[in-house]
Design a protein around this ligand. Sequence first.
Ligand SMILES: Cc1ncc(C[n+]2csc(CCOP(=O)(O)OP(=O)(O)O)c2C)c(N)n1
Ligand SMILES: [Mg+2]
Length: 904
Amino acid sequence: MKVPRKEQKFLPPDLQVLPAPEQTEEEKWLESLETVLEFALKDQGPQKTARFLDGLTERLRARGVDVPRVVSTPYINTIPAEEQAPFPGDREMERRLKSYIRWNAMAMVVNANREHSGLGGHISTYASSATLCEVGFNHFFRGRTADFIGDMVYFQGHAAPGIYARAFLEGRLEERHLHNFRQELAEGGGLSSYPHPYLMPDFWQFPTVSMGLGPLLSIYQARFNRYLRARGFINGDEPKVWAFIGDGESDEPETLGSLTLASRENLDNLIWVVNCNLQRLDGPVRGNGKIIQELEAAFQGAGWNVIKVIWGSDWDKLLAADKSGLLLKRMEEAVDGDYQKYSVEPGSYTRRHFFGKYPELLELVNHLTDEQIHKLLRGGHDSLKVYAAYKAAMEHKGQPTVILAKTVKGYGLGEAGEGRNITHQQKKLNEKELREFRARFGIPVSDEEIAQTPFFRPLPESRETKYMLDLRRKLGGFLPQRIVASRPLDVPKLETFGDLLKGTSRTEMSTTMGFVRLLGSLIRNKAIGRQIVPIIPDEARTFGLDALFREIGIYSSKGQLYEPVDSRSLLYYNETKDGQILEEGITEAGSMASFVAAGTAYATHGLPMVPFYIYYSMFGFQRIGDLMWLAGDIRAKGFLLGATSGRTTLNGEGLQHQDGHSLILSSAIPTLLTYDPAFTYELAVIITEGLRRMYVEGEDVFYYLTLYNENYEMPPMPEGVAEGILKGLYRFKAGPEKKALKAHILGSGPIIREAIRAQEILAERFDVSADVWSATSYKLLRNDALLTKRWNMLHPAEPPKTSYVETVLAKEEGVFVAVSDNLKIVPDQIAPWVPGGLMTLGTDGFGRSDTRARLRRFFEVDAESTVVATLHALAEKGQLDKRVVGKAIKDLGLDPEKTYPQLV
Ligand SMILES: Cc1ncc(C[n+]2csc(CCOP(=O)(O)OP(=O)(O)O)c2C)c(N)n1
Ligand SMILES: [Mg+2]
């Protein structure tokens, strides 16, 4: 350790090497290196010097010298001015067009909120990203043509006004649309607040506004594009996937969580643009630091190509003129909070506080007025810099690229919000602010009109419009645009799954095993087998899907570079370049992103792919519910399979694993059909119908099925139950005739077997005939009942209709009891339509690890508890003496004083 002499006195005596008057060898070396450095700085400037040093470090490393890795580079543009690709466009024309778009984007929000305060919307985000978007639109984003699928662009969700404003200039939207921004229920419809394919299915492709989901999806989309290519589904020009992301958004774990997948997979078809306006909603993203440097380190470490676009062209001259290196030093010293301040204060402030720190720097800007200093552009507002960065990103090979572009939030809003902490939520501009905006961007709106904030669009025959449309034409057409043109699939008929329909007679099987067989059969199906995309987050062995490893292979862009340890076994871990399985590792979010990419391939690629995503049901809606909600919005198709479901059926894993509520969470997604099947034939019926509805009829729905791991004998499919299975309820096993009392027990999943056992006890010991029903979907029963009820209310003069559940149960006598391995609220969804009400048993409360039998007694969903509940329901109706219930509790061994797991 070399310690400067003046600090040595703080060292313990044995480490002090006093005196050392002579120059050491090391000091001599340093001195000569400094001479070289000084020469380089003077002659070549700081940027080049920094690169020389980088080069030198690389050479040292190549010779085996252990130079510590640097994860961030100097706070300047990655592409030096002299290496910048020339800008091919008409700058003045593009500036004008961009100004009109800025104006209209602002006007949309201001108008909406003037008429209806509280509608909201964002001005300042697009104001900061206009150049980033426009350079892309004019020069890079390729539209869909007959032989090119088009680039896939994820726009920052709350920059939507800018995207609408551009579509308006292009003639794709009219004034009335812009007037109805955020007023979708207005006459003639309106524009959705954010990108929502569900609401604007011909326009938006990718929902993004839930922070972090867009970035995550874009990585998996780029990877899925490669998967389709590797499997021979697509060829020709490769689309680029672009994602525009906020710097604040980078705080979301979903944003940065999958970066290494993109580099590992060499996704050079992926370009991220992080709009580093240094602010999020409340204030600065990293006031005390530098978000660009922090992100550079993260991306660099994750193996991405990083291009920083920090300074606009005006700074090139200053950097070149600064031979002292002090400008770079000052740039590095100032924290983001300072830079935010410079964007708010006048140029005189920046002169004094930024340049003024070192007298040499003051000289550097002597020739500039305060106004000119204030207007020194940040890189993300300079089309030349942005163009050069995009071009370099397009050409970069072997890695994904991130462009970190420094901008000003609310750029152009002046006192109405530019760089201010309140800018994110600024929705109103007063007349003075509007006039300033107009002047700054040269908007041809008259004094009389300005207070009305009219939209402005150059005439179709104007040079501006022609210029803009011409560029789009050359790039293949408009964007964003969602086009669905995929062929229907030749889906299998139910008989194909004969094995699952005829039952297992004496051998035992779980619904999970049944599903694995069904999936195997689908994969082997000649017509659609190749279209099936099995997705698993590291649980294939848990669910018994490992047999597929060898059969269809695990997708890996690298193939298998090693000999797997189990290569001699039949089911070895088989990674191949054209593998069909997406084995995602331990990432439910990543797996769901793959589901979305595969489930939307019918639109993004015109290819009907069928994802089956199978996972631990507890780590689905509970963990990544927002992504599943998005799957509905983006109109993804496919099957979600929540395996190891049931709070008592998955028994040993305990509290964190045992799911009894995914059916409730999933019920909230409007286009998701949820099912809780008990038997393998039910699975076959539901999946066959799902394939038909989604891939033949083209319905934009998707499916959630719970799967359980309890083995039991699977009965053969009874006659005539298909409709009931699909609608949510059918009689599975009628009770014996000639009993004194009548009851009905609705069971689902494996708990139906407790219902069957209860049926036997009730008949044998209590003279009650109970029918057992299989309730496959309470959600669908309820929705149908709700719709019927509403129709009846609104059509008082017409004969009332009856819902399916009412029709089926109307003729039945006796009491109704429901039991399942889920929260009581799951069956309770249909209670209002059950004649005489519903007595429900369920698994409310935190799970425990124990045997199934003990757990079922604990949660009171076993046969004995079901018997008592049925007798209680009969007693409540006055059909049975309550003392019989008391005796049953005792005889069946139930403890009336035990606490119930649900505590509050
Ligand atoms: C998951 C999620 N959390 C919170 C929000 C609310 N929200 C919308 S924009 C925003 C700030 C975004 O800041 P940044 O990502 O830096 O984007 P900028 O507007 O600065 O470009 C927040 C918190 C959201 N849309 N999604
Ligand atoms: Mg921001």
